[in-house]
Design a protein around this ligand. Sequence first.
Ligand SMILES: Cc1cc2nc3c(=O)[nH]c(=O)nc-3n(C[C@H](O)[C@H](O)[C@H](O)COP(=O)(O)O)c2cc1C
Length: 238
Amino acid sequence: MKVTLDTPMSEAQEPPITDIRSKVSAMRRSYGEVGLTEGELDQNPISQFTKWLADAATNPFIVEANAMVLSTVFENQPTSRSVLLKDVTENGFTFFTNYESAKAIDIAANANVSMLFPWYAMERQVIVLGSASKIARAESEAYFATRPWSSQIGAWASHQSKRLATRETLENAYSELANKYPEGTPVPIPPHWGGYLITPTNIEFWQGRYSRLHDRVRYVRTYDAAAKTQWNLERFYP
Ligand SMILES: Cc1cc2nc3c(=O)[nH]c(=O)nc-3n(C[C@H](O)[C@H](O)[C@H](O)COP(=O)(O)O)c2cc1C
């Protein structure tokens, strides 16, 4: 059966891009006047992050404000993928995943990770460096219980990052599990699924400015004599 998609007139009239290479080299935006001064930055980077996350979450041009690019390293080879931020507190940043996935194998060997929040529509990015560790089982269970039933079944069905022979194999596994745990009944958390907390050591805020004179400020974690966290704020050349 032929499926016809409705296309808005403006899109329908756009000529097809025939030479994306020459186009992409000429693509650039001028960034704005909204600056980032030391005076207006919160002394606490988590509070500053929370403000920017709230800005991104209410910006109609940003989809999935809580999506971030998580980079891990295995044997000197970095890899990146998107994950969703599910909590942020003074302790750090939490996301959920499969504990047998490629990223989990990387983290088991090297807990140092980088997270990047790309809020391009606001000419902003935040980069967090830190160390990942598994959260308490009870916390993962509590969060898993709030997920939609279909996502819960999906977490059981996916051997994330493993080679998959055919899509049908995955869909059959999903159907079997959907029969095993019918909708409306509690779905237990898979043993291979849970959360990680990233404890930050560096949090950098980037705000695009005119003439490529962007603002770039970084909070670096230090400790006082009583081993209490202090954050030093440093400005960097863009
Ligand atoms: C917007 C977006 C959000 C995603 N969120 C998650 C997530 O929260 N957890 C997760 O395990 N995978 C998430 N994924 C899928 C990952 O990017 C990735 O494909 C998967 O985790 C396997 O990664 P790995 O093989 O490097 O471990 C998301 C993908 C996108 C595009």
